[in-house]
Every structure is written in C-alpha cells, then in structure tokens.
Design a protein around this ligand. Structure first.
Ligand code: NAD
Length: 269
C-alpha cells in the first residue's frame, strides 16, 4: 500500500478544524487519503480556507458549522456528513476552549462553558459516531476497525494546573470517557484512543509563547527544549486513525517534548 494513502477510501470528521491543531489534523488526514469534514463553530471563512487547501492538494473536503456542545447541531452535522459521503469512519474530537480564572473567582458560566465544549462535546460527537459505525457495519476493504475515535485531550488530563480547574476537570473527564468507551466498544472493533499534547504553538496559548519571557518560562517545562508544532500532533492522529495501530485501544499518547517527565527534577531533587 502507498504509505501516503493509508486512509484511502475513509471519511473523517474533525471538530474545531478551522484553526490550530484541528486544521493541521484535517490537512494531515486528507494528505493520507481520507475525505474530511471540517467542523467549525464560528468563522466560516477560515473553515473554507482549510477546505480549499485540501482541494488544492487533490483531496476532498467540505465544512459544516456546528457547536459541539449542542445535541441537535451535532446530530444534524452527522446527518449531513452521512448524507454526503455515505458514512463516517474516523472522528477526531479536537474542539476545545479555555475559560481561565482563579478558582475562587470562577463563575458557574466559565465552569459550564469549558465542560460543555471540552467534555460534553466529546460525548455528543462520539455517541453519534458510534451510532453511525454500528449502523454502517464492517467494511473490511476500508478498515479492520468498525470505526476509530481519537480524543484530543491534554497533558492536563494528568498534570494539575492552577487557574484552570474547569479545563483540567474536563480533560481528566475525557481520559476516563475515552477509556470507558474503548473498553465497552472493543469487542465491536471500534477503537478509541487519545492524544494529549503538551505546549503546541496555536492561538489557544499565544499569550504564553507570544512574549520572550513567556516563551522562556514555558521552555523550562519542556525537556526537549522547543514548543510543539501542530504537525507533531497531526502525524500521530493519522497513525492512530490507520490500521497501522489496529491493536491499540484505550490508550493515550502524550506528545509533549517530555513535559510529563517532572522536568524540574532534571536539575534538582
Ligand atoms: P484553537 O483555539 O486554535 O482550536 C480550538 C478550536 O475549537 C477552534 O477552531 C474553535 O473555534 C473550536 N471550537 C471551540 N468551541 C467550539 C464548539 N463549541 N464547537 C465547535 N468548535 C469549537 O486551539 P488549539 O490549540 O488548536 O486546540 C485544539 C485542541 O487541542 C483543544 O482541545 C485543546 O484543548 C487541545 N490542546 C491544545 C494544546 C496547545 O498547547 N495548543 C495543548 C493541549 C491540548
């Protein structure tokens, strides 16, 4: 098989795919031969650009607007995707937000907003994807799996993070949602895995890497000595979506330049 086409014939849906990591994942999946639904919540022009970029490289894509925290919008998005392409084989739950605040100042609105997108959004999209995988049934010529779900989590599914209690609670929840449904669905050949990025250069953390002092402080947390690029994540998503990782389910890949390795112990302790 052509290694550049490991996902030939497969149909992927990537949430929050008009920017940052999600955009790179959409481009990466298309580069591996998959058709890609580019989900976005706001800013249709940016989503349209991603679609154009994929088409310019000879791929197939279209954009669907939907808020992943809305049950009806998620259901309508899957209906449109299935109507267009017959089914979905790969779901990447990438959409995420941060609503940061010191804990004692955190409003219920900030708490709910982070949980709604970062955790409930993953539940709603995964449930629709699983319903579609089961409805479609196995197609061995396309994949050894009935379907693949990849959750974009964070190193903060494990590393506590002051001032971000809502985000860490959501990402910690994603870890156990991923593992529980992986366990439940493995007998049906549905694979569910997660990728937990460390610091990746995108808009979500621009306030940190955008100044020399911010970048210096950040790199103290990264033994590999550089901030991650969006492609570092996209390449791993392609592998997790392909049959190359067929025996893997319920696992998290930490792609973080060593952020999880207790970096302060390198020189102390
Ligand atoms: P980003 O802000 O560029 O991407 C987030 C995307 O999600 C945006 O396109 C946004 O429009 C979309 N989105 C937000 N709410 C949505 C909703 N309700 N419905 C649909 N889409 C919605 O930032 P990013 O860094 O590319 O983040 C992507 C994912 O990676 C997030 O889940 C984030 O938590 C995770 N992550 C990022 C980093 C990092 O260092 N950048 C580290 C760990 C985890």
């Amino acid at each position: 098989m052509d290694n550049n086409a490991v996902l030939e014939g497969q149909r992927a849906l990537v949430t929050g795919a008009s920017s940052g990591i999600g955009k790179s994942i959409a481009l990466g999946l298309a580069g591996a031969g998959a058709k890609v639904v580019v989900n976005y919540r706001a800013g249709g022009d940016k989503a349209a650009q991603v679609v154009e970029e994929i088409k310019d490289s000879g791929g197939e894509a279209f954009a669907i607007q939907a808020d992943v925290s809305s049950e009806s919008e998620v259901q309508e998005m899957f209906r449109q995707a299935v109507q267009a392409w017959g089914s979905i084989d790969i779901l990447v739950n990438n959409a995420g937000v941060q609503k940061d605040a010191p804990f004692h100042e955190m409003t219920l609105e900030q708490w709910n907003a982070a949980l709604a997108v970062d955790l409930t959004g993953q539940f709603l999209c995964s449930r629709e994807a699983v319903r579609e995988f089961k409805r479609r049934g196995m197609v061995p010529q396309i994949s050894r799996a009935l379907g693949k779900i990849i959750a974009i989590s964070s190193v903060h599914d494990t590393i506590p993070w002051a001032g971000h209690a809502n985000y860490t609670a959501a990402k910690g929840g994603v870890k156990m949602l991923m593992k529980s449904i992986a366990q439940e669905l493995a007998p049906e050949h549905i694979r569910v895995n997660a990728i937990s990025p460390g610091a990746i250069k995108t808009d979500i953390n621009k306030s940190v890497w955008g100044t020399p002092e911010g970048m210096e402080g950040l790199l103290k947390l990264v033994p590999a000595g550089r901030i991650g690029e969006v492609e570092d994540i996209a390449k791993a998503v392609v592998w997790l979506a392909s049959d190359e990782s067929d025996y893997m389910t319920g696992e998290t890949l930490y792609i973080d330049g060593g952020m999880m390795l207790y970096p302060s112990f390198r020189t102390g302790g």
